[in-house]
Write a protein that binds this ligand. Structure first.
Ligand SMILES: [Zn+2]
Length: 108
């Protein structure tokens, strides 16, 4: 799986995160994307969802929750990731207009 969208977490904080093979990673209001995924707008969208999650939860809250979720549910089933995947899929499939900001706020 070389090209899935990225982790919302901080590199180096846990072995779990370090080992994840992701296309991008978000740290607070900044995200990084691997060169080979740079043209995939879905990946950018996914990381921007994480930016909103960071903003809503505040950095400490996001980091604690994200790591807890990854350890407990695994990457694919972590609620913060599932939300980001749901929204990037919505974007990719040209779903109906919605406020992503509001969606994130109401579904955290
Ligand atoms: Zn993600």
């Amino acid at each position: 799986m070389g090209n899935r969208p990225g982790a919302g977490g901080v590199p180096g904080l846990s072995r779990t995160l370090v080992d994840m093979d992701v296309a991008g990673i978000t740290y607070n209001d900044t995200y990084y994307i691997k060169k080979e995924a740079a043209n995939e707008l879905r990946v950018h969208f996914h990381e921007l969802v994480h930016v909103l999650q960071w903003r809503e939860l505040a950095p400490q809250g996001f980091i604690e929750r994200y790591i807890r979720e990854i350890q407990y549910f695994g990457y694919n089933n972590a609620p913060l990731e599932k939300m980001a995947y749901a929204l990037d899929g919505h974007y990719q499939s040209k779903g109906r207009h919605l406020s992503v900001e509001q969606f994130v706020r109401e579904n955290l």
